[in-house]
Design a protein around this ligand. Sequence first.
Ligand code: PEP
Ligand code: MG
Length: 555
Amino acid sequence: MSRELRGTPAAPGVVVAAPWIYRVSPPGDAVALPLADASDAAADEIGALAARLRDGGRESEAEILDAQAMMAIDPSLHSAANDLIAGGADPDRAILEAGEAVAASFEAMGDEILAARGADVRDVTTRIARIMIGGVAPRLDRRSVVVAVDLPPSVTVELDRALLVGIALEGGSRTSHAAILSRSLGIPAVVGVDGLCAAAATVSELGLDGEAGTVYLEPDAGTSLHLDRAARTSASRAELDAEFAASPLATADGHRVTCAANIGEPAEAEAAFASGAEAIGLFRTEFAFAGRATAPDEALQAAAYAKVLRASGGAEVVFRLADIGGDKPIGYLRIDPEANPFLGVRAIRLAERHPDLLPTQIRAILRASADAGQRTSIMAPMVADEADLELVLRLVADASAIVADAPVPRVGIMVEVPSAVLLADRLAPRVEFMSIGTNDLTQYLLAADRSNAALAARQDPLHPAVLRAIARVVDAARAAPGCEVAVCGEMAGDPVGAQLLVGLGVSELSMEPRAFGAVKRAVGARALPDLIALATAAQQLSAAAEVRRTVESAS
Ligand code: PEP
Ligand code: MG
């Protein structure tokens, strides 16, 4: 008999695979190694992986890895890195930069196969750099549902995508960063499953239904049949949504709303625009700071940001300043452990203790903007009041004075701290846009930690209190000519949430591109006056579940 455990649905899709239990192994867990030894170790790791693939009859993939193992010990790569080290670069940064130069030269040749080799070089140098700083690599060796208490985004990204077919977490909520990443990667996920790790350790197979939020331990024949059916339903819904993905985001009576994408890495920008994004409404720039031994310098950041601008073809890109801290700690910033990191020294609050962090980042954004000849949008996270806004405006003005050839950026704030909602009438006239971060706004407004699975039911942005807060921000923006309101929290990618947001008067919805189809289908099914009526009525209800039922059942 299979047993089932209930959690919170986090990313759609249904899969059955072996459980792979991830245990935390932070950078520094293994012994840090110098470049030459780390390169040998990387070659060994890759060689072992190739041997495993070969054993499984996957010869062509094994050959790719053989080539990677050779790259790891390539003398020219090492001498380039050693030159950079001699010039004062940090050793792990040096190998990354040397790899980047080789990869870029492959890519410049305009040949698909050589460009893929460029990606391979990057993969190899990332591995070497990780070994140099004493990080331990998690590795999957078969199709797996990854099981963990929490899964850091850096780990998710490092796992072999061909083998990572599902994610099941004991902790987390729909808006925790692991859940957001699994949706953007299209990996079915369930989070907040009590007792999962201990239970999964005793079975050889897990079934996962990312829509129902259920994990099945050792599915029996009956359960497998059920999962099969659920997988087919999920696939046909995805097909239907896909038909809408290319159409404009508009209500049935033609009211247009900007359809923007949330991205977490430069490489996602191109796919976002190819999926129909009209803008990047939220570029989470934290990626540039994670998984490193030292802070990225201005040139490195500028190069990464330029990639996104190149992919945008002139469309708006909103660069959110690094939102570090909370559930996204960065080792080298040495943020002291805090009892309540979400209420702690997070995002722009780091400006005081790390005075170079934001100025460097803003200059990098402006340099990319100057190079591309394209105006950018800079968005500050966690702005609580006018003093925070003044800090950001000052930093942008200082950076603009230095990078004088950059077009003047649009400056906006995230509205995610409740005080910013109450002060929206004071903030709106001083910015060009406000983007409501419903993930944090919900956790702060309802005092429910977004990473605490026990509070999953309290983290629903459809809660009437959140809807009222959004209505207040929209009102403040309407009274401030030139200030637009977007939503970039996960609510924008939920078809029910999106309908309410359009009804509340939000003019841009920014979400993971995979949600485009479902959101366009839902918003396009109703006329604007109906959505306004629904959003108005929803604010008078008493619970999020009631709001969802009301919207879903409205005729
Ligand atoms: C939010 O808080 O809604 C948001 C979009 O930012 P993040 O999820 O990165 O905190
Ligand atoms: Mg946030």
